[in-house]
Design a protein around this ligand. Structure first.
Ligand SMILES: Cc1cc2nc3c(=O)[nH]c(=O)nc-3n(C[C@H](O)[C@H](O)[C@H](O)COP(=O)(O)OP(=O)(O)OC[C@H]3O[C@@H](n4cnc5c(N)ncnc54)[C@H](O)[C@@H]3O)c2cc1C
Length: 374
C-alpha cells in the first residue's frame, strides 16, 4: 500500500495548507512572525499531534506526522519549521519521566495558548569544536543553576518555555524546560537570516538561572540528547521538510512545463528522484535502517538535501529573470533551500554535501552506505 493510501489527511487539513500557501509570501519579512498561522494550526488541531491523548492531544503515528510535515513545508516552509521546533519541545516533555512537568505543560501546549521551543544545538551540532560547554550547570538542593549561551532558539521572543540543556562539571548533561519568565533568562535580538527570518531565531543568555527539579526533563546523564527520548539531529522530520520544499519547487516547474514541453523530461526526472527518496523515507519509518543503509536517516537526509537544492535551482532557471526579482517564489525557494545545508545537519550529511559540491559524490555515497550499515 502506498503512503498516500495509508494516510488520508482530511479536507480541513488541505484547506489549512491552501491558507498557509496563500500567506507564505507575507512571512518573508524581517519583522514577521507566524502568529495567525499558529492560530490556524491550533484550530486544525495540528498542535496536539505529538501530545498524548490524556492531555488532549492526538498522538499521531510517525507516518502521519511525516506526511503532515511534508505538506505543511510545501505550503509554507517557515510555519512548518517553527512547528517542528515547537514539536521538538513537546516531544521531549512528553517523553520525560517527570509527571509533574507533563501535567503542568502538556494540556496548554495542545493549543496556541502556550509556545514552547528548543535551544539544544549546543549539545549536538553547534559549538562542538569549543572546549568549554556553552551552557554550564551546577546542582543545588532545590534543583540546578544554568549559566551560559544558547546560540540558536527559534521563536525565543514568543516562547513561554525553552527546552534547553547544559553540562555539569563531571561531563554529565541535563535537559530542562526553562520558563522564559525566570530571573536570568535574556532573549537577545533575533538574527537577520538569508531566509526564514520570520522564524525569529536568535540567542538566549542564561545567567544564574535557578531551575527547580520539577522542570527537569532528563538527566543528569551522559549525552542526554542521545540517551533521552525525542527526535535526534537530522531526523526524518528534517528530511520531510526538505522533501516538502522540493515538491513545491518541482510543482512550479511542472506548471511552466504546461506551456513548454521541453521541460517535461526535467519534471519527470526530478519527480522520479523525489518519489524514490520519499519511498525510502517512509520505508525507513516502517522498517528502520538495519537491513538497508539507504534507509538510514543520514542517507535519506543527504539525498533530500541534494534534491531540494537542485529543484529550487530548476524552479529559478525555468522562471528566468522574472524569478530573480525579490519577492518571486523562485528566489525565495532558492534562499529557503539553503537552510537545509545548515539546520540540524549531522556531520556525515554535511560531509556528503561538500563532497557533492566538489564532485566527489559517488565514492562518498558508497562510504556513507558502509558507515551507516556498520
Ligand atoms: C534558521 C535556523 C534556525 C535554527 N533553529 C534552531 C532551534 O530552534 N534550536 C536549536 O537548538 N538549533 C537551531 N538551529 C541550529 C542548527 O540546527 C545548527 O546547530 C547550527 O546551524 C550550527 O551552526 P553553528 O554556526 O552554530 O555551528 P558551529 O559548529 O558552532 O560553527 C560556527 C563557526 O565555528 C567555526 N567552526 C566550526 N567547526 C569548526 C571546527 N571543527 N574547528 C574550528 N572551527 C570550527 C566556523 O567558523 C563556523 O562558522 C537553527 C539554525 C538555523 C540556521
Amino acid at each position: 500500500m502506498s503512503t498516500d493510501e495509508t494516510l488520508q489527511l482530511d479536507e480541513a487539513f488541505e484547506s489549512l495548507c491552501n491558507q498557509l500557501a496563500d500567506s507564505t509570501a507575507d512571512l518573508d519579512r524581517d519583522d514577521a512572525w507566524p502568529s495567525d498561522q499558529f492560530q490556524w494550526l491550533s484550530d486544525a488541531r495540528v498542535l496536539g499531534w505529538l501530545i498524548p491523548r490524556h492531555f488532549g492531544g492526538s498522538e499521531v503515528t510517525a507516518e502521519h506526522l511525516t506526511v503532515g510535515y511534508e505538506r505543511l513545508a510545501a505550503a509554507c516552509l517557515v510555519t512548518a519549521f517553527v512547528l517542528t521546533q515547537r514539536n521538538g519541545a513537546c516531544q521531549r516533555i512528553a517523553a520525560s519521566p517527570n509527571d509533574e512537568l507533563k501535567s503542568d505543560l502538556l494540556a496548554d501546549l495542545c493549543t496556541s495558548a502556550m509556545f514552547a521551543t528548543v535551544g539544544i544545538s549546543h549539545l549536538t551540532t553547534s559549538r562542538q569544536h569549543l572546549k568549554k560547554p556553552s551552557v554550564q550547570v551546577r546542582e543545588t538542593d532545590s534543583g540546578f543553576v544554568f549559566d551560559g549561551f544558547v546560540p540558536w532558539v527559534t521563536g525565543a521572543k514568543h516562547a513561554d518555555v525553552i527546552v534547553t540543556g547544559g553540562t555539569l562539571s563531571d561531563g554529565r548533561q541535563l535537559l530542562a524546560a526553562v520558563e522564559t519568565s525566570l530571573a536570568g533568562v535574556e532573549v537577545l535580538a533575533p538574527a537577520k537570516l538569508m531566509a526564514l527570518t520570520s522564524s525569529q531565531t536568535g540567542p538566549v543568555t542564561l545567567t544564574d538561572v535557578q531551575v527547580p527539579h520539577s522542570r527537569v526533563i532528563a538527566g543528569p546523564m551522559e549525552q542526554v540528547m542521545k540517551n533521552a527520548a525525542g527526535a535526534g539531529t537530522g531526523s526524518v522530520t528534517t528530511s520531510a521538510l526538505a522533501l516538502g520544499a522540493a515538491k513545491s519547487s518541482i510543482d512550479h516547474v511542472r506548471v511552466e512545463a504546461l506551456q513548454r514541453p521541453e521541460l517535461n523530461e526535467i519534471v519527470q526526472s526530478l519527480d522520479t528522484e523525489y518519489g524514490s527518496i520519499r519511498d525510502d523515507m517512509y520505508d525507513s519509518i516502517r522498517e528502520g535502517a538495519s537491513s538497508n543503509p539507504r534507509l538510514s536517516s543520514e542517507s535519506v537526509r543527504q539525498r533530500a538535501n541534494s534534491l531540494v537544492l537542485r529543484a529550487s535551482q530548476a524552479h529559478l532557471a525555468t522562471s528566468k529573470g522574472a524569478g530573480f526579482a525579490k519577492g518571486h517564489p523562485a528566489e525565495r525557494a532558492v534562499r529557503e533551500a539553503m537552510f537545509f545545508l545548515v539546520w540540524s545537519c549531522p556531520q556525515p550529511v554535511l560531509a556528503a554535501a561538500l563532497r557533492e559540491f566538489a564532485c566527489l559524490a559517488p565514492e562518498f555515497q558508497a562510504t556513507l552506505g558502509e558507515n551507516v550499515g556498520a
